[in-house]
Write a protein that binds this ligand. Structure first.
Ligand SMILES: [Zn+2]
Length: 511
């Protein structure tokens, strides 16, 4: 049955006698129980004009009760919101590669917006939805500093728009304990686009102790990246480009994807780097001698377990999982958790995984000579149900995920105080918010157009601060492949992946 609660915030959303939005709580239980038997206690504060925080307690009846689903819903009636020109939305969930972060919301639109990890895909993001027209806007968000595995559905039909937080994992209310919700918030804005609510969200997270990492001078320097050579990049490619790019004022040189043998082991690939680590040291020495800085592409917390493939690379069994098969994250059903490249995910809550990951940071910087990182395909982490890990709660892996990335950043800065730039790229989606203390350079992350370059730079300036370093990504991804203006004029850090004097037969293989 469905239980229905009207919240006390209703009155706060009234303006000139009109109710601009309705806020409701709905709880589903497979057991027959009336509303009186399940009281709700609301905790509502209005810390500043146009901003309300909201939490609620479910107080169980005198016996245990199974809850199947729970939904906190904000309804915006069409009669008040659909009459002022186009209705726009910003939806921060990382649902699929290439998504627009902000877009006009048409009737018939419906999206689930799961905020947790999506098996074999993306997931995570920023737990904020903002609806606005030319007169006013309303944002719904949560202010927890660790991700929660809830949905954030948005639907528009003839009657209006519904935006909600929804928990779909069943849970049991014990007779003598109170169930407390996450901390939610509503934010009201007059004649403002998505910049204003995101900026306010950043300020609230900062008050709760979660702040973006501070940039250094090098965070703003232009970058060249070897991705133009794709999966068969060789040391000579980087060394050939070096003098040309330096003459253009480019300071960063990124050795991109596929320099390594196996995900998880991270040794130089023998067919393209035949001298192993010596090849990497030689590249870095040349870059530093030319006055440049070097960045290494890396995908922490995953390893090959003999399952799947990515592009031309078929996965074997990595040495690290051969030695430690129990390091993997298992989901609720006991399946190995897999990221967007179908790699097994390693549990960041295990001290051995943390030590291994931080030892890699030391190897890349201290032994090989890199200055910083491009951490790529970084979305989120599922709750871990691997019994071998003996977690006090499955969500320990989620908390540890943000924490370990913060330690990667801090160790990088400790080893390279002036140059230790860590870029985190959530390819094609918004970043998962609790990674913000772990990156001093966010990125537009595979924009599909110049419009996405501009929109995403604005998004990250709101989320991480007006002086934040936002990498505009490779100019080749912009309209026409040469639109530096969209990246630079919006305050972004320019980048390119141009190739130099590539023989025609090799060029034909590159996109
Ligand atoms: Zn675990």
């Amino acid at each position: 049955m469905e239980l229905h609660f009207r919240s006390p915030t209703e009155a706060l959303l009234q303006k000139q006698g009109l109710t601009l939005a309705h806020l409701d709580l709905k709880v589903w239980s497979s057991e027959a129980v009336g509303p009186v038997l399940l009281p709700v206690r609301w905790h509502l504060t209005a810390p500043e004009a146009g901003f309300w925080t909201l939490r609620f307690d479910l107080i169980p009846p005198d016996r245990a009760l199974e809850i199947n689903r729970l939904r906190l819903e904000v309804f915006l009636p069409e009669a008040l919101w659909g009459q002022e020109g186009p209705l726009w939305s910003l939806q921060g969930a990382a649902v699929h590669w290439g998504q627009d972060f902000a877009f006009p919301l048409e009737k018939g639109f419906a999206r689930e917006n799961y905020l947790g990890h999506l098996q074999d895909a993306e997931g995570g993001g920023v737990p904020l939805v903002y609806l606005w027209n030319r007169r006013h806007g309303l944002a719904l968000m949560h202010l927890e500093t660790t991700p929660i595995e809830w949905y954030m559905p948005v639907e528009r039909d003839e009657t209006g728009v519904r935006m909600a937080f929804e928990l779909r994992r069943p849970f049991r209310l014990a007779p003598s304990s109170v169930w407390t919700s996450p901390l939610f918030a509503l934010s009201w804005h007059e004649r403002r686009d998505f910049f204003a609510p995101l900026e306010r969200y950043r300020e609230w997270l900062a008050q709760r102790g979660l702040r973006p990492a501070p940039p250094v001078r090098a965070s703003y320097d232009p970058a060249w990246c070897s991705w133009g050579y794709e999966f068969d990049v060789r040391p000579s490619d980087v060394l050939d480009v070096l003098p040309i790019a330096r003459a253009m004022g480019i300071r960063w040189f990124t050795l991109d994807d596929r320099w390594f043998d196996a995900y998880g082991d991270w040794n130089p690939r023998p067919d393209t780097f035949p001298n192993g680590a010596e090849d990497l040291r030689r590249i870095n020495e040349a870059i530093h001698a030319a006055g440049g800085l070097s960045q290494l592409w890396w995908y922490p917390l995953c390893a090959e377990d003999g399952h799947g493939a990515w592009e031309s690379h078929t996965y074997g069994l990595s040495q690290i999982l051969r030695e430690h098969p129990d390091w993997v994250v298992l989901d609720e059903r006991g399946r190995v958790a897999r990221n967007n490249r179908h790699l097994a995910m390693l549990c960041p809550a295990l001290p051995e995984v943390q030590e291994y990951t931080l030892a890699l940071v030391r190897r890349f910087i201290e032994e090989w000579g890199f200055d910083g990182f491009k951490l790529d395909n970084i979305y989120t982490m599922p709750a871990c149900y691997n019994p071998a890990h003996r977690h006090a709660a499955p969500e320990e892996s989620l908390r540890a995920f943000g924490e370990l990335y913060r330690r990667i950043f801090e160790l990088t800065r400790q080893l390279r105080p002036q140059e230790g730039v860590v870029q985190i790229c959530p390819c094609g989606t918004p970043i998962t918010f609790h990674l913000l203390p772990a990156t001093d350079q966010t990125v537009t992350a595979d924009p599909t157009s110049s419009a996405q370059v501009r929109q995403r730079i604005k998004f990250y300036k709101a989320l991480t601060g007006r002086r934040a370093a936002v990498f505009a990504d490779h100019v080749e991804l912009s309209d026409g492949g040469v639109d530096f203006a969209s990246g630079i004029a919006t305050g972004g850090v320019p980048g390119t992946k141009f190739t130099w004097q590539v023989p025609p037969e090799r060029q034909a293989r590159l996109k």
